[in-house]
Design a protein around this ligand. Structure first.
Ligand code: GUN
Length: 296
């Protein structure tokens, strides 16, 4: 029976730590760190994520701005908004919520963000620094996963980590972080994805599974070995008319069955999700220190 990794509790602790630091800054006469979030369109899930990010800013004493732009916005106009945020002295860091509408070139948008304000760590400069183990903004979800492993004292050294999914946001960066030469790393990493043959062979040989696939209940008990550590990044809305919202959130793991075999497992919700927000706040505080305090 697995130990359930409580991402909500850890994220609350991190937010407390951040709040204390903000109080110190304010008591010394400084201004509050400021995170801006750009949301294009009104996709329900994205709106929820962004609203949660903004609400969390309030909890720790940050200033926040939500810039909601219409779905039909022209790419040039979005790029102008990004330039404005790059130049806005009172904004320490900002994010552009993904995915963007199909008519907008995501790469162009991410490249337009000043790397010093890129608290999502999506700009190639920051992604490259992360890959080279240099100081940078590590993307919120991978950063949150590393923090969870650290705070639960889970040994990753020499372990076989299998990452399911190869997205730029989660799979690719976490596979790099888990293999780097570092106390929280030193893993032998296999990345499996939609084209992998006999995926079960790899998951059955994994000490740690990090799943970012987005297919509810994909990972079954017969796909994992006893004692495996499961980090479930999948958050999919599954229709459930018995619920007030009309849906439930499901992870990639068939939680009830795999928890009997795992040594540690993250639940959905309440596992990786809250950590993503805590990491974003940590990055924003870091941006404040670089861009504002560093410039005094
Ligand atoms: N879409 C899904 N996850 C993320 C994230 O961490 N940041 C942004 N900007 N968009 C996302």
């Amino acid at each position: 029976m697995a130990i359930i990794i409580d991402g909500k509790k850890i994220s609350t602790l991190i937010k407390e730590e951040i709040k204390n630091q903000v109080e110190k800054i304010i008591s010394k006469g400084g201004r509050a760190p400021h995170l801006a979030a750009v949301l294009v369109g009104e996709d329900g899930a994205s709106l929820t994520y962004v609203s949660n990010k903004v609400a969390s800013c309030k909890q720790v004493g940050f200033k926040s701005s939500l810039i909601n732009l219409p779905y039909e916005i022209k790419e040039e106009k979005l790029l102008r908004e990004i330039t404005r945020l790059n130049n806005e002295k009172e904004v320490d860091g900002f994010i552009v919520q993904l995915p963007l509408p199909k008519h907008i070139d995501e790469d162009k948008v991410l490249l337009a963000i000043n790397p010093k304000k890129d608290v999502d760590g999506f700009h190639p400069t920051n992604f490259g620094k992360m890959a080279l183990n240099m100081e940078t903004f590590v993307s919120a979800t991978p950063y949150g996963i590393i923090e969870l492993l650290k705070r639960y004292d889970i040994d990753t050294n020499g372990k076989h980590t299998v990452v399911i999914g190869r997205s730029n946001i989660v799979g690719r960066p976490i596979s790099i972080l888990m293999s780097r030469k570092a106390k929280l790393g030193n893993s032998t990493v296999t990345v499996v994805h939609s084209r992998t043959k006999n995926l079960k062979f790899f998951t059955n040989n994994a000490d740690i599974i990090i799943s970012a696939l987005g297919v509810p209940n994909f990972l079954k008990a017969n796909m994992v070995k006893n004692g495996v550590v499961i980090i479930d990044v999948g958050i999919t809305r599954v229709k459930d008319l018995n619920k007030r919202k009309g849906y439930v959130l499901k992870g990639d793991a068939d939680f009830e069955s795999v928890k009997e075999k795992a040594s540690y497992i993250t639940p959905v919700p309440g596992g990786v999700g809250p950590m993503t927000i805590a990491s974003l706040l940590q990055n924003t505080l870091k941006a404040y220190k670089i861009n504002f305090e560093g410039s005094k």
